[in-house]
Design a protein around this ligand. Sequence first.
Ligand code: CA
Length: 620
Amino acid sequence: MVRSVIIIIAGFLSLTLVAQKNQELRIEPPFWWTGFQHPELQLLVHATNISATTVAISYPGVEVISIESVENPNYLFINLLITPEAKSGKFPIRFMKEKAVVKEYIYELRQRDLSRKDHRGFDASDVIYLLMPDRFANGDTTNDNLPGMKEPVNRVNPNGRHGGDIKGITDHLGYLEDLGVTALWINPLLENNMEKYSYHGYSTTDYYKIDLRFGTNEDYVALADSIHNRGMKLIMDMIFNHCGSFHWWMNDLPSSDWINEWPEFTRTSYRAGTVSDPYASGFDSIKFVKGWFDQTMPDLNQHNSYLKNYLIQNSIWWTEFAHLDGIRQDTHPYPFKDMMAEWGKRMKDEYPHFNIVGECWMAYPSTVAYWQQDAPNKDGYNSYLPSVFDFPMYDALRDAFTQPEGWNTGILHLYEVLSQDGSYPNPMNIVTFADNHDVNRYLKTQQNDVRNLKMAMAFILTTRGIPQIFYGTEMLMTTGEDEGHGALRQDVPGGWPGDLQDAFTDKGRTPEQQDMYTYLQTILQWRKDNPVIHSGQLRHYIPQDGVYVYFRHNETDTVMVVINKNDEIKALDTSRFSDFLGSHSIGTEIITGLQINQLNTITLAPKSVKIIEINHKSIK
Ligand code: CA
């Protein structure tokens, strides 16, 4: 570990010398908008010895507050005030030496289009589909290998790039709409010009550029428009904790405190609970937040005020540029939490209806809830993070259908996790899931018992919260992280020219895949138009004999959900549920479409779920 750090430092010095000879002028954000609540804009300027120049800006409504230099003479930070009088347009930023212009950048201010109904946020009326762009579909093989990009495509290597791209996603939006999902969370698309493992996207090398192997920035905006035209939403994956070791600034850091440096490589403990732990030692707290996520992922110091502004502005830039509906923030507790709260507040100020979900990977509702906006934390911390992932429920789902029922085992875990929802300021705005790109696929954890997968999907699609489904669930993918993360993130059959199977089509799916696809599609399409499942009250009953019953209800509708985890038929006596069933005796089961004429006793197939609409109007 020590050796690799020395190599990185040695490489860093030699690259610095090369870079200083021949640097292009770089300004970020590359352009901006008029009309934000927050009028200040900080430009990062990078070019050889740029701090030796004076800066001239003259544009009506734009005031230069200050120009700041830092340790590295190759940087300047220009603080601007974009007053309400500033109109959209272009103006030169001139860098002068002895009255001569040595560099010039034409800066653009765009007009925010507030007539668009963008930035709607996502909520429990949505179902999020998570996909990994390198592994979903290769719509353009001409971008697979590009000059200047370090890692070429190698589809044989599970950890290599496979060639999926934005075109591949765009080509399959109809598939996703037919399936019935309403929001896409796409794993990171920003440039990852790394030598290895560049496919997963979590090693950013340019915060303002979509990786050209996925497409261009304009392709991403066009994708967002296509998603919106179908009434769907786009959630961007962002990473503030770390960048990739081949990020352009790693060759020429603005200052020594830009990243959190250690005498030798020091890995984070990954123990996110240390942030809210009242007994955490100083050693553990520092190691968690300043330790590196990986050797190739330098840990950013968000306490550097320039970097803090950089990340916040970058997030606003993408939200405005690509008309985002929401953000998924990677490793949310790992950056400094005060900066993350400031970011959340800024996003809320600029986009009041927006939603952000943070990856706060902890086992208990109390520790996860610490991170949800307005949590009554004893240390006074308010994250301004609207949503969190329900990792405790994810854990409970792993053994709910496989463990034998006991006093504290089996399906009772689902009930117990929900019973702790008092911890969350807003439990309706948390994201439920059975698996994602970092963990074994749910089907694998259930010894490939599709009935368990169906129960899990029916559960997350009908309990409280915002459901998230991992791509390939509908195709019965069953890969695991024990085969490596690369293998877990399997290619969709049919996404590549020449694939022997095309699981995107009815004809291309096996009968088993078609059965799962139809099962999910039926619930998803029904769910879209049923506000009772989005926002209705939840009331549940203590599981008995491996059968869990709950109701979602509002003023007009009541839905009863019954999960039988037993591998045998059960006859459910419903007298316990008279509060909701009352005199109602008829219901419609939405998965089969069959009417149930007698609700006094409900017959439950082995390992199955019934979702029953209790139709008030039909009851005489
Ligand atoms: Ca491609």
